[in-house]
Design a protein around this ligand. Structure first.
Ligand code: IPE
Ligand code: IPE
Ligand code: MG
Length: 244
């Protein structure tokens, strides 16, 4: 979309989370192997990421691979990891372009389970985009919301063990500070395509007051127009945070 044709909004979420779901079903519908759906889904991820950045959304979190997704057949996991490698390479190739756009890439999730070469590329991508912060692009990989909360609590428990902190003094802000999203706004809007109405272990702590938007469209078919639909719906949400 041409910059001048970009839609305008009365209110824009600061942080949008997207559960990229429906790749497998997209492939199945076409009689293709599941990995083909992941290839198409990866294209949609690039397209929507770019579009959201152009719209001026400050922070985006894309759910790419959950801690539970290792349960899938090994060939499917491998195909997803290979796509991830490809994307990481591209981040390096497009260094200048991303710098101009001010994109800061950040990976959230448990790094211990990630293949070593990928981990090195992730660290490299984070390093080369570290100074830019016009758009924060979070990619959730080997991510689980419960595991993230557990990780944060364990970090605090270490301080308690060392006598640096008393259990009674633990605050919600402290838990927040040890999440992978520390310092970022909570997601204002969470989008889930593919006709599923669940959170699937995504940003559990952070989504306490998020607005949700669902669509039957499978992720590989998800368009900029669908994203605009979600943002239009968000414009009309009345957020109360427990107040009146
Ligand atoms: C989302 O698509 C991608 C990942 C979870 C990695 P799915 O692969 O879950 O697609 P469906 O839900 O089986 O259609
Ligand atoms: C959620 O989708 C995880 C990602 C999109 C990465 P799943 O397809 O894994 O979720 P469930 O199993 O349908 O809940
Ligand atoms: Mg799925």
């Amino acid at each position: 979309m041409d910059k001048k044709d970009l839609p305008e909004f009365s209110v824009l979420p600061r942080h949008v989370g997207i559960i990229m779901d429906g790749n497998g079903r997209w492939a199945k519908k076409r009689g293709l192997p599941r990995y083909k759906g992941h290839i198409e889904g990866a294209k949609t991820f690039r397209k929507i990421g770019e579009f959201a950045g152009d719209l001026g959304i400050e922070c985006l979190t894309f759910y790419a691979f959950s801690t539970e997704n290792w349960k899938r057949p090994p060939e499917e996991v491998k195909a997803i990891m290979d796509l991830f490698r490809e994307y990481l390479k591209e981040l390096d190739d497009r260094k200048a372009e991303n710098e101009e756009k001010g994109i800061k890439v950040n990976f959230i999730g448990d790094r211990t389970g990630i293949p070593k070469d990928i981990l090195a590329m992730m660290k490299h991508s984070e390093r080369i985009t570290a100074k830019k912060d016009h758009v924060i692009l979070n990619i959730a990989i080997n991510y689980g919301g419960r595991q993230e909360i557990l990780h944060s609590v364990k970090e605090l428990a270490k301080d308690v063990e060392k006598g640096k902190l008393k259990a009674k003094d633990i605050t919600m802000d402290m838990i927040d500070a040890h999440l992978y999203t520390a310092g970022m706004p909570d997601p204002d809007l969470i989008i889930r395509p593919s006709g599923e109405y669940r959170i699937s272990n995504f940003l559990l702590w952070q989504s306490a007051y998020s607005e949700f938007w669902y669509s039957d469209v499978l992720w590989p078919d998800f368009t900029e127009e669908n994203f605009v639909e979600a943002l239009r719906a968000y414009e009309h949400r009345n957020r109360r945070f427990g107040g009146v």
